[in-house]
Ligand binder design. Structure first.
Ligand SMILES: Nc1nc2c(ncn2[C@@H]2O[C@H](COP(=O)(O)OP(=O)(O)OP(=O)(O)O)[C@@H](O)[C@H]2O)c(=O)[nH]1
Ligand SMILES: [Mg+2]
Length: 406
């Protein structure tokens, strides 16, 4: 496994549904993200299809009329892949593949594919491979029920079952092998983490592509890979950073995303251990993204899943240089003013205001407000430090007590 399905320059169509919980506007936003994921995986979206429905069709997800429309387009335009925004059951995936006669992926599949493409270290590769096999296992079972139905009762416990059972056993063996391999690496990593001494640990967390690695680079003067694609970072990088005379460890981590496949959360447990063991989180947000509030909610949900929601956290609103409020023309009396029309100053007076001191607005790219960033991080790290080592708190005075030395 691991080798990614070849999406290079492949033409792709996206398919999503409008439901009671998900109106057209939401769907468009989700499909925007799905398109970005597709682009990251090496595909080019040529068309989006959507359908309004209360419940997805159990056999083909979308209705048969819509499916015919998609099939027609796929055939006419030599589309190689159809990607659904929602998770498809193994049976649905198979049925749709048969109708469309092209590759059919869902969101989970696509994310796994990108991770497979981007994993470079053996550690990240092992984690991705484990996630892939875990995704595959119930799908082998799905293949079986599909056979079962086709053949009917009598005589079906023949070679078909044996084959599937063998496949399943191979996959299960592979899973336990990979788990053992990870355990071994985990132990080594634990030792490494133990060797880091008693420095306070700070972790950068946040949605994918918000600028965590960029911030890591400006703060620690390191060269972590950053780019305008999703999941640029899969491995954690730890750097010792010193602000004034106060040293601490700063970790750059993998970005989160809406509906992050559970297999990935599970197999990236050890990568996420860095977050779990952190004393302070810097939750980085791309405030120029129209969905940034939803991104925050997704990140908080994953933090809760890994039991890290209660840690001291600084909210770092990044990309203020790129923030643009939507404008309402003066003669436009129809458009209702919403949060998308807020200026940054207005945002600061919303729920953000309730976070008190723990909020920051910066641009990592243009290095705006980094002095305030250093100050707030210094104060937060210092607070943790002096609770932990009350006897040497004289070492680290309040940030402003340094005067204008830097
Ligand atoms: N305009 C603007 N762009 C930024 C800023 N900070 C980062 N970027 C850009 O945002 C993109 C993503 O940056 P990364 O640092 O790779 O983001 P990340 O959060 O590490 O992303 P993943 O590792 O993929 O989760 C890059 O193209 C950066 O140049 C900023 O302050 N302003
Ligand atoms: Mg990164």
């Amino acid at each position: 496994m691991l080798e990614k399905s070849n999406l290079e320059y492949e033409k792709v169509v996206l398919i999503g549904i409008v439901t009671r919980e998900q109106n057209e506007e939401k769907l468009e936003e989700y499909l925007d993200e799905l398109e970005f994921l597709t682009y990251t995986a090496g595909g080019e979206v040529v068309k989006r299809f959507s359908q309004k429905m209360d419940m997805p069709n159990p056999k083909t997800f979308i209705g048969s009329g819509k499916m015919e429309e998609v099939r027609h387009f796929v055939q006419e335009n030599e589309v190689g892949t159809a990607i659904f925004d929602d998770e498809l059951s193994p049976a649905q995936q198979k049925n749709i593949e048969r109708i469309l006669n092209c590759k059919v992926l869902d969101r989970t599949n696509l994310i796994l594919d990108i991770f497979a493409q981007r994993a470079t270290t053996s550690y990240a590769r092992t984690q991705v491979e484990l996630a892939q096999y875990q995704y595959l296992l119930p799908r082998l079972a799905g293949m079986w029920t599909h056979l079962e139905r086709q053949r009917g009762g009598i005589g079906m416990r023949g070679p078909g079952e044996t084959e599937i059972e063998t496949d399943r056993r191979i996959v299960r063996d592979k899973i336990s092998l990979l788990k053992k391999k990870l355990e071994t690496i985990d132990k080594q990593m634990e030792v490494q983490r133990g060797n880091r001494g008693q420095l306070v640990r700070v972790a950068l967390v946040g949605y994918t592509n918000v600028g965590k690695s960029t911030l890591m680079n400006v703060i620690s003067k390191s060269k972590v890979f950053a780019e305008n694609k999703l999941f640029a970072t899969l491995d954690t990088t730890v750097r010792k950073v010193v602000i004034r005379n106060l040293p601490f460890l700063l970790t750059d981590t993998v970005g989160f995303i809406r509906k992050l496949p559970t297999q990935l959360v599970e197999s990236f447990k050890s990568t996420l251990d860095e977050v779990r063991e952190a004393d302070l989180l810097l939750h980085v947000v791309d405030i120029s993204h129209p969905n940034f509030e939803e991104h925050i909610a997704s990140v908080n949900q994953i933090l809760a899943e890994i039991k890290s929601a209660d840690k001291p956290t600084l909210m770092v609103f990044n990309k203020i240089d790129a923030y643009e409020a939507e404008k309402i023309e003066e003669d436009d009396l129809m458009t209702e003013r919403t949060t998308s029309h807020y200026t940054l100053a207005e945002w600061e007076k919303t729920w953000m205001n309730r976070l008190g001191e723990d909020v920051l607005f910066i641009s990592a790219l243009n290095k705006e407000n980094l002095e305030e960033f250093r100050k707030k991080v210094y104060e937060a790290v210092r607070k943790i430090h002096i609770t932990r080592f009350p006897y040497n708190n004289f070492l680290y005075p309040e940030y402003d007590a340094y005067g204008e030395e830097e």
